[in-house]
Design a protein. Sequence first.
Length: 227
Amino acid sequence: MLRRTMTVSILVLCAFSSASLFSQEKPAAPAGSGAQEFPVVLQHSVAAGKTPVGTKIEARLGVATLVNGVVIPANAVFSGEVIESSAKTKTEPSRLAIKVNSVQWKKGSTALTAYLTAWYYPTLNEAGQDLQYGPQQPANRTWNGQGQYPDPNSKVYRPFPGSDSDKGGSVPDTPSSVASNHRALMKDVESVRDNDGVVAIVCKRTNIKLDKLTTYVLANGDLLPAK
């Protein structure tokens, strides 16, 4: 009887040890690591407190992105609306929430849920004669919506047609505007999530204003800091 009891105890101990080792080998993924992000350019300027709730919003995708096995091409149009818009007061911060629920392109469409976040891609100035549309990338490369933005389609502003630089073949060393390869947080702005999962961006110092020339980030989850 004693031998049987000892055998059972050893088996239980071994099972417990194996489970512990297994859990150590496969730790849980950190919060936000599975979030899908979409760098987009808004088709409308938006200002917290001035743009009313219910305003329809469209934004164009900056780079082809893989979502659940489907490639959403660059320039696909995200559609959604402003669901919260309030100006800063003496006691309350400025708040803005934009929710998108679908994306459409020439050969397809899909439903999805994503919110505007506090992340964006800063505009940089590049000097020199290299007027490439971003860094060279393989033609078949598609972003998976996570990590560093590969930026294959960042547009550089070329000389105005008909200018002197357009006639002679030599290009002056003038700065040109390109989107950064790394996203950053908007100054003094943070993303907050309520109990219903709705994401809003909040600023305690000034009213939030979004323009049509900046690349902002939509996401369906919490984003980790960019590497």
